[in-house]
Structure formats: C-alpha cells, structure tokens
Design a protein around this ligand. Structure first.
Ligand code: HEC
Ligand code: HEC
Length: 552
C-alpha cells in the first residue's frame, strides 16, 4: 500500500473558508456546479434550446427512424444508455468473439443500411442493430468538459462538417454532436452526408414519432415544420448542419445537474448524508484518494487517466488521438454526478455496479502497464467499501432520476407499443441455424422506408417475404416450416431471389416498403414472415418467426 495516503485522516481537521473539511482531506468545494461555459458564438436562447431538444429526441434523424441521441443518452439512466446492461447491447471487443472477458457493454445503434433502405449484414451483428465499441458517457454536465468522448477526440473547436470552417471555439458539444448522425453504427446509413441529413430534417414534421412531449416543447413544435422552427431559433430561414448542431449544443448546455444530497450537505445540512455516507465521504477524500481525480464541484478534473480497466492494446484511448505512448490506455475521468443511475460502469461497461467499481479500486485496478500511480491497492474493509458505495449514491440529482425539467423528455417510438412484435417460433434451416426476422422500423403511415429483413438464413437459397393483411394467431405447417399467414387473397408474396452470403447461417436480405399515407389504413394489422427454400431434418423450408405490425 502506498505511503502517499493520508495517515489516520481523522486526526487532520482543516477549516478552510466556510467549508469545514472534517475528518481530513482537501477543502470541500461549494455546493452546486459552476456557471455553464457558453461559447460566444452560440448564446443560449429559449427557442434554440427547444429546437435542440426536439432534434435531440427525434428518432427521424436516424436512417432507420429508430434512434435519437436520447435513445443512447437517457436522463433516468444518468444520461447513459439503460440498454448497456441488457443482452443484445454487447460488442465482441478486441478479440472479435462474443462471451469472452473483453466484451463491451455498448449502445445499440442502427442496422448497417444503405441510403435506399437496404440492409447489409455485418460480421458481428448480421442485420441486428450494431453496437458501439464503448459505453455511452453522459451528456448531462458534458458542457463543462473542454474535450468530449472517452478519448477527448471532439473539441475544443467546432468545425462546420459541410464547409470545414471553424464556427466556434470552445464548441466541443457541437463538434461531438456532428458525429453520431452520420455514423453508420450509431444513426446513419453508409455514406450519409450532413448535406443530405440537413435536407431530410428540413422536410420533417418535428418529433412526429415521439409521444408524451413535454408541454413547453409541444407548444413550440406543434403545427410547425423544422424549417419554421429553425427560422424562429436563428432569426433567418435555413436548415443547415451547423445550425442543427448549434441547437443541439445549446440544449445540452441546459442539461446542468448540481442538486444532490451531497450539495445539500455542502450547503450545511449535515443530515443530508447518512452516517454511513459520511464515513464514505471520509474515505473518498482520504484513504481512497478518489477526490484526486473526482474532486471539485463537478466530481471530475477532466483529465485523461489510465486506471487499469483493460489491457492497453484493446483500446489505446487518449493515446490513439495524441499519438503519445504515455497516453495509451488513458480515458477521460467521468464526473461522478448521478453516477448511481448509470450502471454498468467504465468506458467498456465492464463493472456491473458500484460495488464492482469500488472492489476494482480496492484491489488497485486490473492492468498495470502505464497505469496511473494514483491507483494503488487501498486495503479497505468490507464495511468501508460499503460506506464508499453509499457515498456515491449521494451524487444523484432527483430531477435527473425522475426526468423532471430540465431533464424531462418525450417518450420514443422505440419505447412504444408501435414496435412490431414477434409471433410464433422460427423453423431452423440447414446446420440448425435459426433465421431471424428483423422488423424494427416504425410502421407509421407515410413512412417512405420501412425495411423488413432476414439474416442467419442459408446463403444462396431462394427466400420469400410473405405479408398477410389479416392477423393470424396460430401457425400451420408447409413442407416442415411453421407458417403464420393464411393462403387467402390477403397474402402478398415477394420473391427475393437468393439470399446473399454463402452457406448455412450466413444468408441475409432485406426489403424496404413505402407505407401509404392513407388514413383509412390506420390500425391495419400486417403479419410478415420470411420463408427460405432450405430446410433441415427432412423439411424442405426454413422460416423466421413472424412479425406483427399495426399501421398507425
Ligand atoms: C447509438 C448510441 C448513441 C447515439 C445515437 C448517440 N450517442 Fe452520444 N455517445 C455514445 C457513445 C458510445 C459515446 C462514447 C464514444 C466514445 O467515447 O468513443 C457517446 C458520447 C457522447 C458525448 C460525450 C460525453 C463526454 O463526456 O465525453 C456526448 C455529449 C454525446 N454522446 C451526445 C450525443 C448527441 C448530441 C447525440 C445525437 C446527435 C448522440 N450523442 C447520439 C452513444 C450514442
Ligand atoms: C487517477 C485518477 C482517478 C482516481 C484516483 C479515481 N478515479 Fe474513478 N475514474 C477515473 C477514470 C479515468 C475513470 C474512467 C476509466 C475508464 O472507463 O477506463 C473513472 C471511473 C470511475 C467510475 C465509473 C464512472 C462511469 O460513469 O462509468 C466510478 C464510479 C469511479 N471512477 C469512482 C471512483 C472512486 C470511488 C475512486 C476512489 C476509490 C476513484 N474513482 C478514484 C479516474 C480516477
């Protein structure tokens, strides 16, 4: 154990200013957070904030109409992605294999798609939503960080992605926001440009897919086009990439969280922390030395450090950006505000909960090459570790946890009961591979691009998409395959030719439809199923389960 730690910290009683640092450690910060830094070229206004909020929560910004910024950045999850904890949000990591220790709990974005709505299988994910190779950090209080992303690659300047001119200095939020919408893993299709995306935004009905839109936002967007909202927010007409990003950045500068039990305590309310939390606080600033990196009002010093979460070569982090080997394995010190809401933890989502994080620090981290000398085995007892975990709960802002203003938000299509549901069981094909049906996009009337896709079929085998406009509840058998449509005139059969890819389990294809803008079709239920002319166990066919879509 390092001798740099404060010996018997309880002997040191420092009174600095009005903030009594009982039980030792550095002087305590004032409660709350500092004033938010605002770049001179992008002042905060109400209309720009509301426009940014609409854009942040609008799934129509993605190629598949299924992912908004907010899908991966949910206030109730402390600004990160609740799906990171779930099956299906795993990236195979450095070794390219699932279910190995280097797997990453990331964020699901979009299926790999082309501009025309066709989907193309990728190595790890097939036609499933691709998963990011890092966990989503929070957008809450991100306004304070001069550089964004775990590796600090966004900022400080904001360069217009279309004209390549510097629009803002200290515009890391705008610089960051420029990337996900044109990233083919997160929101975009292959080759999306900001020019195309700005044109798409200009033609959209704002938040058309969202529900429960907060009142102020609802009043702002109601009956308006984005083009009109941009005119209101910027004073002159024009929807552009740069303006889109200025608005999103402005909204994020209003997502400032500085109210928590810890702040109440700092303001003088001793009762705001339990006895156990107060003990944890002494460890945080004393024996645990957490405050060395997670100190101050923001509970981060915004530096890049290697605490030894993973072997360096798996992700060079800051080193890949600066090219300086000393930066290898360094990642941005995250603010611990709202941290209790944000499991799993670290840039790889590798620690399932705060207990796992504290255990990690207590053993001095897991990987030691280039590790920060501040990270040392701590020798904390179980009871001390529990106290530290309890203290980390004190950083939660109830407005964030409860998603109240300014952290209120619409609910998303992807959270609604409009998402198509799976029906019945699939019929495996050769090699026992089970073909998967993909129906994730909104079956909303007037959707120019609703894609239905299949993967894990047999490459080269002919495939058919069957769509039945009557809702079938039970299946029947044809050449060994379980089918979920009736053979009536209500059935349409779309022959798709041979599945791309070769061999069992590697076949995929997709078909995209324009849903008619016909109110008469509201509530019409469709059953869709892929049938593949390659079977197993004496069957001639294999099939996906069915998807049931209700037009709305
Ligand atoms: C598919 C999920 C996903 C979507 C969609 C997404 N993000 Fe992120 N976001 C991430 C991940 C993952 C990272 C971390 C990436 C890295 O560090 O390499 C990130 C990083 C960030 C950060 C940096 C925070 C920090 O402290 O460094 C901000 C801010 C942010 N995103 C805002 C946005 C905005 C604004 C949008 C929409 C324009 C958006 N995100 C869309 C997953 C997503
Ligand atoms: C040397 C600086 C440093 C020290 C000291 C330090 N941390 Fe960290 N902390 C970091 C960095 C850097 C990360 C992100 C690491 C990563 O993901 O690779 C982090 C991540 C975390 C996280 C996860 C946050 C998230 O959103 O995923 C928690 C919780 C945390 N630290 C708590 C603590 C506690 C408790 C202590 C004291 C026992 C401590 N830290 C000491 C730098 C430090």
């Amino acid at each position: 154990m390092s001798n740099r730690r404060l010996p018997n910290a309880s002997l040191l009683v420092l009174a600095i200013g009005t903030h009594l640092s009982a039980q030792g450690g550095p002087p305590l910060p004032p409660p709350g957070v500092p004033p938010v830094p605002v770049p001179p070229g992008n002042p905060i206004t109400v209309s720009k904030t509301l426009l940014g909020k609409a854009l942040f929560w609008d799934e129509q910004l993605s190629a598949t109409n299924t992912i908004s910024c907010g899908t991966c950045h949910v206030p109730g999850n402390g600004g990160s992605d609740p799906r990171s904890a779930l099956f299906g949000s795993v990236h195979p990591g450095f070794d390219g294999l699932f279910a190995t220790p280097d797997d990453i709990r990331g964020s699901r974005g979009v299926a790999n798609s082309e501009a025309d709505g066709d989907w193309i299988a990728t190595q790890f994910f097939g036609l499933a939503e691709q998963v990011t190779s890092r966990k989503a950090p929070t957008m809450i209080n991100a306004a304070y960080a001069p550089l964004l992303f775990w590796d600090g690659r966004a900022g400080p300047n904001f360069v217009d992605p279309v004209t390549s001119t510097v629009v803002l200095q200290q515009g890391a939020l705008e610089a960051q926001a420029a990337l996900p919408p044109v990233n083919a893993v997160e929101m975009g299709h292959l080759g999306t440009t900001w020019t195309e995306l700005a044109a798409k935004i200009g033609a959209l009905e704002p938040l058309a897919l969202a529900e429960d839109v907060p009142t102020d936002l609802q009043n702002f967007v109601r009956g308006k086009t984005y083009a009109e909202l941009f005119q209101t927010a910027f004073g002159t007409p024009g929807v552009s990439a740069s303006r889109t990003l200025l608005a999103i950045g402005t909204y994020e500068r209003t997502l400032i969280s500085g109210q928590s039990a810890w702040d109440d305590f700092l303001a003088g309310n001793q009762a705001a922390l339990t006895q156990q939390q107060q003990q944890g606080r002494a460890i945080f600033f004393g024996q645990g030395n957490c405050g060395a990196c997670h100190g101050g009002q923001l509970l981060t010093n915004n530096t890049f450090r290697n605490i030894g979460v993973r072997p360096i070569q798996e992700d060079l982090g800051r080193g890949a950006i600066t090219g300086n080997p000393a930066d290898n394995g360094r990642f941005k010190v995250p603010s611990l505000r709202n941290v209790a809401l944000r499991a799993p933890y670290f840039h790889n989502g590798g620690a399932a909960n705060l207990t796992a994080v504290v255990d990690f620090y207590n053993r001095g981290g897991d990987f030691f090459v280039n590790q920060d000398p501040l990270i040392q085995p701590l020798g904390l007892t179980l009871q001390q570790r529990q106290a530290l975990v309890a203290f980390l709960q004190a950083f939660t802002d109830p407005r964030v946890a409860n998603e109240t203003a300014p952290f209120d938000r619409p609910s998303l299509y992807s959270e609604s009961n409009h998402v198509p549901v799976a029906l019945g069981a699939p019929t495996p094909g050769p090699g026992g591979f089970v073909p998967r049906m993909w129906a994730t996009e909104p079956p909303v009337l007037g959707n120019p691009n609703l894609t239905l896709a299949v993967d894990r079929g047999t490459g080269g085998a002919p495939a058919f998409l069957i769509v039945d406009t009557s809702a079938i509840a039970a299946g029947w058998n044809l050449f060994g395959a379980q089918l979920y449509f009736a053979l009536t005139p209500a059935v349409s059969i779309f022959p798709m030719g041979a599945l791309s890819g070769s061999g069992p389990g590697n076949g995929s294809t997709s078909r995209s439809f324009a849903t008619p803008l016909d109110a008469g079709l509201q509530g019409q239920t469709l059953t869709a199923q892929w049938v593949i002319a390659a079977g197993s166990a004496g069957n001639l066919l294999s099939a996906t389960s069915a998807a049931q879509l209700t037009l709305y």
